[in-house]
Design a protein around this ligand. Structure first.
Ligand code: KIV
Ligand code: ZN
Length: 513
């Protein structure tokens, strides 16, 4: 057993399964680069067989990432596994992660298979995957609710077939820390060849215990891989949060006695990138990455921290990447300085025309906002309107009038596939009027599930507003994000970005469906 704890990030796979969090190939690639800078050991880039889009994203990440192992999920069948292997062909280090459900409930109701059939399919899947890739992970889905005798039988067989990592998912977030830790310890004790594989934990947060369960799996169960996501992103209540598990193991090294290879100063940039890309806002009191995580408001605490920092702080803000917002660029900055800053932030523009469009946006912003921060730049390139060729719906201009006692009115000029439309409407407020003006032409029939505004950089009313809009239509849920110093404009941009996503045909096979 090694003393290193392997950090397996599944933001781009399990995290992305969260309704509304689906990402484009470019967005996934940008996050993968940040995960590499964070030095995660394994990046689960997606589920190659689920859609052509996901196949292309896994392939692009496999072709680009050099320092982390790149992994694709695959159901336990030859087609999925071959597709994963194909997408991973260009990777320096590749992993195929294959899974099949083993709990009585899932086998009977979902798979409609007998335990013997599941046993056989798991074995054959791992055998096939091992022929294509030396690094194979096997997950018994809903493993924690599986019967232990059956689970032991399956896991022993897949280790015999060459599985190098055995992952025990608590798929529905049902576990309790001690019990989950003991479950893994029992499996490791009872399975004769258990020492031939690395044991891994994968916990969902339905009862708010994903991090505690994962840590118990490590401490009590002896697992040496944790599967987690940035900001705990994931279906329902999410997955185990990478930043929390990593900082727990680092801060309490006295207790865990384990090494993690993570560059913790990249945690906050990763958190911001994921939040800005998906529109899933981080709550202010969230551990490690919440805006208040290191803010001391009470006089007694402030006084203590000023006298001796460790009176109230167990981690240093700068160690997890909180630095004072850096003013990086301004109105006079040139194209080269802008390009260099993008590189430093790990943002790669795919073409000169994309760089030029982003630079034009930057100049436009710098004319309206004196100080441009890293967060502004990330929001600016995350704003899909810098790549208008990919944007079906794009904002041209917006005019609105609102006055106390009057009903606000908006006129919005926007394009659909390059053709210009003008919409006008009244509304309860200027945002409502602007959205209604767009809808007067589009008539999308979409239901608005969420509208939220956040200041991109804190502490000033000059900050850009970042708006997230979540729409639902025809069984699909999408998020659109827009940023602008004017929140009405940011709202219109976010609405048009959401419409673009809604009308792009991304079909997916659900991993756990
Ligand atoms: O939660 C789960 O069971 C999963 C598996 C596919 C590993 O995400
Ligand atoms: Zn999961």
């Amino acid at each position: 057993m090694t003393d290193k704890l392997i950090i397996f990030d599944t933001t781009l796979r399990d995290g992305e399964q969260s309704p509304g969090a689906s990402m484009t190939k470019e967005e996934k690639l940008r996050i993968a680069r940040q995960l590499e800078r964070l030095r995660v050991d394994v990046i689960e880039a997606g589920f190659a067989a689920s859609s052509n889009g996901d196949f292309e994203a896994v392939k692009a990440i496999a072709d680009t990432i050099k320092d982390s192992t790149v992994c694709s999920l695959a159901r336990a069948n030859d087609r999925d596994i071959a597709r994963a292997a194909e997408a991973l062909k260009g990777a320096q280090r590749a992993r195929i992660h294959t899974f099949i459900a083993t709990s009585p409930l899932h086998m009977e109701k979902k798979l409609r298979m007998t335990p013997d059939q599941v046993y056989e399919q798991a074995r054959l899947a791992v055998r096939y995957a091992r022929n294509l890739c030396p690094d194979v992970e096997f997950s018994p889905e809903d493993g924690y609710r599986s019967e232990i005798d059956f689970l032991c039988r399956v896991l022993e067989a897949v280790i015999d077939e060459g599985a190098t990592t055995i992952n025990i998912p608590d798929t529905v977030g049902y576990a309790i820390p001690e019990l989950y830790g003991e479950f893994i310890r029992t499996l490791r004790e009872r399975i004769p060849n258990s020492d031939k594989a690395i044991w891994s934990v994968h916990c969902h947060n339905d009862l708010g215990m994903a991090v505690a369960n994962s840590l118990a799996g490590v401490k009590i169960g002896g697992a040496r891989q944790v599967e987690c996501t940035i900001n705990g992103l994931g279906e329902r209540a999410g997955n185990c949060a990478l930043e929390e598990v990593v900082m727990a193991v680092k801060t309490r090294r006295d207790y865990f006695g384990l090494e993690v290879g993570i560059d913790t100063t990249q945690i906050v940039p990763a958190s911001r990138l994921v939040s800005q890309t998906t529109g899933f806002v981080v709550q202010p009191n969230k551990a490690v990455v919440g805006a208040n995580a290191f803010a001391h408001a009470s006089g007694i605490h402030q006084d203590g921290v000023l006298k001796a920092r460790d009176t109230y702080e167990i981690m240093r803000a700068e160690d997890v990447g909180w630095s004072a917002n850096k003013i990086v660029l301004g109105k006079l900055s040139g194209r080269n300085a802008f390009k260099q800053r993008l590189q430093e932030l790990g943002i790669v523009m795919e073409s000169e025309s994309e760089l030029n469009a982003a630079f034009a946006k930057f100049k436009e912003l710098a004319d309206r906002k004196a100080e441009i921060f890293d967060e502004d730049i990330i929001a600016l390139v995350g704003d899909e309107s810098v790549t208008p060729e990919k944007e079906r719906y794009a904002l041209v201009s917006l005019w609105q009038h609102s006055e106390t006692g009057e009903r606000p009115h908006a006129r919005v000029v926007f394009t659909i596939d390059g053709r210009e439309y003008v919409g006008e409407a009244d509304g309860n407020g200027p945002v409502d009027a602007s959205i209604k003006a767009i809808e007067s032409h589009v008539k999308s029939g979409a239901e608005l599930l969420l509208y939220s505004v956040n200041a991109i950089t804190s502490g000033s009313t000059e900050s850009q507003g970042e708006v997230t809009i979540r729409l639902q239509h025809g069984g699909r849920v999408v998020n659109g994000v827009g940023a602008d110093p004017d929140i009405v404009v940011a709202s219109a941009k976010a609405y048009l970005a959401a419409l673009t996503k809604l009308h792009s045909q991304v079909e997916r096979v659900a991993a756990q469906g």
